[in-house]
Design a protein around this ligand. Structure first.
Ligand code: PRP
Ligand code: ZN
Length: 289
């Protein structure tokens, strides 16, 4: 069934599925429609993609069923598997939070004493309770934790919150966040023993780094009077050596630079005030550093 390719496990049908596939596509991998498949192979790259329940991914990577995996830090820290984190991936950001039925107001830790808290993260919940000397009952549930209060099996819940839609839909309100997580790339510790897989992994990591860098950056282009260049250099962070191009109007120049995406909206008005015009911000597909 398997062909000796590097094997990557990603979440089947969940918050991280589409984003993980889109990261791989940004790495130049062609991936066919995966619906209802358990394993697919990238069309132009030696990588098998396994679709698994996110809770199982740390265990499968630990056992070597998959060599690497994309998983939320939440699941990773809950399962305490002996795998290594290779990269933080910057997506799938979420909080592990205490939430209560809308009419119940909880704003302080000590209000949790004596309550029954439903969760599928018993280890992380117990850690939080112990560290804060809270005496509460942990009700372990494997899925759909959000319905526990309405079923009467718990008073409140400790669960992942991303957009908050699941809470709203179940008439629950977040009391406070306890932990913050994002998705990470994990690897089986024995991969070093397999030189071929190791070099395949290095190639994939180079592509992932380039795709993650490209996502953080944008290509900024503008026209400006020659005399404004010094001012513009001061406004644009890290613009030590921009590309300067002559324009038909010899008093004008074009300035091009790679900037951090998040900076653009902070500086665009200042650039205009300095005399820049025709400001363009373009996406970058890849950056090889
Ligand atoms: C988590 C959590 C909620 C949902 C919250 O599930 O259990 O169901 O995400 O997201 P929201 O705030 O955007 O509504 P996850 O994707 O980890 O799937 P799983 O429960 O099957 O592991
Ligand atoms: Zn999950």
């Amino acid at each position: 069934m398997l062909n000796g390719h590097l094997k990557l496990a990603i979440q089947k049908n969940g918050r991280l599925t589409e984003k993980s596939l889109s990261l791989l596509r940004n790495c130049g991998l062609e991936i066919e429609d995966y619906s209802e498949r358990l394993i697919i192979t990238a069309r132009n790259y030696s990588l098998d993609i396994l679709f698994l329940r996110d809770d199982d991914i740390p265990e499968y990577v630990n056992d070597g069923v998959a060599d690497i995996g994309v998983v939320g830090e939440d699941v990773l820290y809950e399962k305490k598997s002996d795998v290594q984190i290779l990269r933080k991936l910057g997506y799938g950001k979420c909080n592990l939070s205490i939430a209560a039925p809308e009419e119940k107001k909880i704003s302080e830790f000590n209000q949790l004493n004596g309550l029954r808290i439903a969760t599928s993260f018993p280890n992380l919940l117990k850690k939080f309770l112990t560290e804060n000397r809270i005496n509460a009952d942990v009700v372990e549930i494997s899925g759909s934790v959000e319905i526990a209060p309405s079923l009467g099996v718990a008073d409140i819940i400790f669960d992942l919150v991303s957009t908050g839609n699941t809470l709203k839909f179940n008439k629950l309100k977040k009391s406070f966040d306890v932990y913050s997580f994002e998705s990470v790339l994990i690897v089986n510790k024995d991969i070093q023993l397999d030189p071929r897989k190791n070099s395949e992994l290095n190639d994939l990591l180079n592509r992932i780094d380039s795709a993650l860098n490209a996502k953080k950056s944008k290509y900024l282009m503008m026209n400006a009077p020659k005399g404004a260049l010094d001012k513009i250099k001061k406004i644009v962070p890290s613009l030590s050596s921009p590309t300067i191009l002559p324009l038909a109007d010899e008093n004008m120049i074009a300035v091009h630079a790679v900037i951090q995406s998040e900076h653009f909206w902070k500086i665009h008005q200042q650039l205009k005030d300095a005399g820049a015009s025709g400001i363009l911000l373009l996406p970058i597909e890849n950056i090889i550093l």
